[in-house]
Design a protein around this ligand. Sequence first.
Ligand SMILES: NC(=O)c1ccc[n+]([C@@H]2O[C@H](COP(=O)([O-])OP(=O)(O)OC[C@H]3O[C@@H](n4cnc5c(N)ncnc54)[C@H](O)[C@@H]3O)[C@@H](O)[C@H]2O)c1
Length: 701
Amino acid sequence: MNAVIEERRGSVLILKLNNPPVNGLGAALRTALVTAIKAGQADNEIDAFVVSGEGRMYSAGADIREFGSTPPAGTPDLNDVIDSLEMSSKPVVSAIHGVAAGGGLELALGTHYRVADPKTRVGLPEVTLGILPGAGGTQRLPRLIDINKALDLITSGRLISAGEANTLGIIDEIADGDVLEAAVEAAERLATEGATPRRSRDQSVGIAAAKDNPSLFEDFAKTMAKAARGMNAPYACVRCVEAAATMDFDAGLKYEREEFNKLVSATESAAMRHAFFAEREVAKIPDVPASTPTKDITSAAIIGCGTMGGGIAMNFANVGIPVTIIETEQAALDRGLERIKGNYANTVSKGRLTQDAMDKRMALLTGATDMRAIGDADIVIEAVFEEMSVKKEIFAKIDAIAKPGAILATNTSTLDVDEIAAVTKRPEDVVGTHFFSPANVMRLLENVCGAKSSPETIASVMKLGKTINKVAVLVGVCDGFVGNRMLHQYGREANLLIEEGALPQQVDKVIFDFGFPMGPFTMGDMAGLDIGWAVRKRKAAERPSNQRYSAVADRICEQGRFGQKTGAGWYRYEAGNRTPIPDLEIEALIVQASKDAGIERREISDEEVLKRCLYPLVNEGAKILEEGLAIRSSDIDVIWVHGYGFPRYRGGPMFWADTIGLDEVHETMRRYHAEHGELMRPANLLEKLAKEGKKFSDFKG
Ligand SMILES: NC(=O)c1ccc[n+]([C@@H]2O[C@H](COP(=O)([O-])OP(=O)(O)OC[C@H]3O[C@@H](n4cnc5c(N)ncnc54)[C@H](O)[C@@H]3O)[C@@H](O)[C@H]2O)c1
């Protein structure tokens, strides 16, 4: 296969990048491109070049599989390739279609003129992999467009439309018809004009503005403080753009390379690449090959229009799938539909949805109080109260009414999917679809595979995840499934730390500083403390009497402090303000609770807080893996990054543990086991991998 396909149109040489599926700029392609340009330069019959992409797109950029490996000696790097295009004495035009991203856009920025198909999307997403555009992107873009726009594109990594890119000055021309023909025409025109090729390195559109405004970069860095918290790459991007404004082109390019090299070998980028691949890997299920037939889902029914049911229904309406919603009484149904309408109206008021789109979505929702209305649905999702008896009763009814072959799903967060499936005559069609709250916002979907769920059912709900823009992860049946089962460990330890000497604000700060959006106590106040309290009261009898239990949370609830909604919880709140304020009353209550439990409070280090909260969580992940309830450790990482706000730049809990070293995690768990008892027993898998000097990522089930 030729990595570059050459085609002649009169005196124009077309060079088509050919490395399916995304024309990744791998070693073979880079070599072929440089060779072709050199030959073309020397050929008197060629007056100009057009660079385009064979297949679906121009190029999605560097071949990230090549990261960390050394290409064959003498292979040009991307900077060499771009340099040979840019320095060509004959005009080089890009014909861009599909996507020009990362190195792909950097390549196009090295050409002298860019023509794009109107549907093209372009951008520099490197920062989302913890790196920066390392082939001149940070140097050329600010020379072509407004400097703040360049900073925004490079530090956010977002892709933009051809239209926006044209307005900004990244794209010179949007093709009316065939983009390649338009590019050939442009190349002929430029060759005829005979002007010196317009090189991006010689432009100064954006950098000129920066010369008069030296604080521009510092000001910009402040605007991204929240989104970039804990990360290095976005700040390195800003420094490189600043270098574009303050250094000459070649020095800037060298600076960019140095910054790139630092980032590419750091854990942050390894973690973000891990997350990127993990999100793709998650769709692969060993017993369910990609060829497994899936059921078409063109209509849905949701039973229960409470907190979850309403949000779940919105997911379907958002992608144009009609939904029937069932409630027991008209009043509850009206309330549920009103809440959905309110949610949409809120989005409209923020300008993120048009009124017309909202009306179309609302029109896809039909309410009913008679279960017979679910008869035609391709999928029925139950989201009623978390009571086994209620779920069983509903599933018996669903079984009697739903059409043959329909997928019967439960949104239970703790109950046994197999027990629910057993009340139907078609357990092969039954599955768990565990959405996270708020279901219309949170991207995680834990699909729970029952003992009898058929491969077709599994393949269908995994595909459904994609259809409704979720990240679907397949898990097995157990209490809390994967995410909440691990969360339970973390929550318990956070509470015990409070009893031993820490305060909520200390624990929350440590967890926040680690990179979570918030700590467990702020989170509890936001979600409402009453729900957990009710569960604890219900399950009190099941708790072994010799198991340590912190009563602090219960005492707080006994005072009617349920969190933000009551103006007080673990913290106090001022009216109309959601900022948690540490409360001396709570401190006194905690100190008293420690005393009552016979615990002498001690100074607890931030390091202990972090390890006590997160190592048991990882340890539980190890148990989940050895029990076969998650397919691979990276699936657990995906769950935590998308469902619980685990910082993506740390890869997920299992990857994070791998970077620390499992021997350290294991040793610490052993110590905790000795100090705190059975709940802290190290998982067998953790012990085994630690002893073998291996990682969770080595575990293949
Ligand atoms: N709230 C969460 O954060 C969350 C997250 C994940 C999963 N879940 C699970 O989702 C399910 C629903 O939770 P929720 O928070 O939405 O509860 P909710 O109490 O807000 O809503 C349940 C709704 O079901 C309705 N209902 C009850 N019996 C019904 C019946 N026979 N027919 C039709 N409707 C009926 C109720 O009227 C109520 O509106 C539970 O299984 C829960 O464990 C909840």
